[in-house]
Design a protein around this ligand. Structure first.
Ligand SMILES: [Zn+2]
Length: 247
C-alpha cells in the first residue's frame, strides 16, 4: 500500500486522538463513584429490609396490645358485674355469696396478670417503634449519600462525555483527510492490536511494540520509498517514519 508521507503522519494524529478516546472511556468506566454507589446501594437494601421487619414487628405488637387490652377489659367488666350482683343484695344464699366472692378475687388476680401482659407488650412495641425511627433515619442518611454520589457520578460522566464528543469531532476531521484505504487498514489493525494500529518509528524502535528494529529491517526501511506504507515485522502495526526515526 502507498500513501504520501504527510498522510502517514496524519495517521499518527488519528492514533493519538483514538488513544485519548479510549482513555476517556476507561475513566468513565472506572469512576470511583461506581463502586461507592454500588456499596451504598447494598447498605441501603439491607437497611430497608431491617426497616420492613421492624415495621412489621411494630404493627404486630400494636395488634397484640389491642388484644391484651381487650382481655383486661373483659375481665374488668365481668368483675364489675359480679360486684354489682354482690352489692345489689340479690344473692342471699351463703354458698352463692362465697362463690361470688371467690370469683371476684380470682378475677382481680387474673386482671393483674393480664395488665402485666399489656405492660410487657407495650414495652416491646415501644422498642419496635424506636427501632423503626432509628432505621428510618439511617435509610434517609444512606439515601442522601447515594443521591450525592449519583450526582457526582453524573457530573463526572457528563464532563467526560462532553470531552469525548469534542475529541470524536476532531478525530472525524483528521481521519477525513487520511486516504480511505490507509484509514481502513489502520482501523482494522487498531481493533486487532489492542487499540493501537499505527506506531511511530522512533530512534529505530517501533513505538507500538517497543522493539528495536534489527539491521536488516532498518536497511529495508531505508530502501523503501517514502510513499510505501511500512509494517512492523514484529507487531504488524503500520510503522510511520518521521524525522526522528534514526534512519
Ligand atoms: Zn511493532
Amino acid at each position: 500500500m502507498n500513501a504520501a508521507p504527510a498522510d502517514q503522519i496524519r495517521l499518527l494524529d488519528v492514533q493519538a486522538l483514538d488513544q485519548r478516546l479510549s482513555q476517556l472511556a476507561h475513566r468513565r468506566k472506572s469512576l470511583p463513584e461506581h463502586a461507592e454507589i454500588e456499596s451504598l446501594t447494598a447498605d441501603l437494601a439491607q437497611l430497608r429490609d431491617l426497616l420492613v421487619a421492624s415495621t412489621t414487628e411494630e404493627s404486630d405488637t400494636a395488634r397484640e396490645q389491642t388484644k391484651a387490652e381487650q382481655d383486661v377489659d373483659q375481665v374488668r367488666q365481668r368483675a364489675a358485674r359480679d360486684q354489682q350482683r354482690l352489692d345489689s343484695g340479690a344473692v342471699t344464699s351463703p354458698k352463692d355469696l362465697e362463690s361470688l366472692q371467690r370469683e371476684i378475687t380470682s378475677l382481680a388476680k387474673r386482671q393483674g396478670d393480664l395488665e402485666d401482659v399489656v405492660l410487657e407488650v407495650m414495652e416491646r412495641r415501644e422498642s419496635a417503634q424506636e427501632r423503626v425511627a432509628e432505621l428510618t433515619d439511617r435509610v434517609a442518611a444512606v439515601q442522601a449519600k447515594v443521591d450525592d454520589a449519583t450526582a457526582r457520578r453524573d457530573a463526572a460522566t457528563q464532563e467526560l462525555d462532553t470531552e469525548a464528543a469534542s475529541v470524536t469531532k476532531e478525530r472525524e476531521v483528521v481521519a477525513g483527510s487520511v486516504p480511505a484505504d490507509l484509514l481502513k487498514l489502520y482501523d482494522k489493525l487498531r481493533v486487532q492490536q489492542g487499540g493501537v494500529g499505527a506506531a511511530r518509528l522512533y530512534q529505530r524502535r517501533c513505538e507500538g511494540c517497543r522493539l528495536e528494529l534489527n539491521i536488516t529491517e532498518i536497511n529495508d526501511v531505508k530502501a523503501a520509498s517514502p510513499d510505501t506504507v511500512l509494517r512492523c515485522e514484529n507487531c504488524r502495526r503500520i510503522l510511520v517514519r518521521t524525522a526522528d526515526s534514526g534512519l
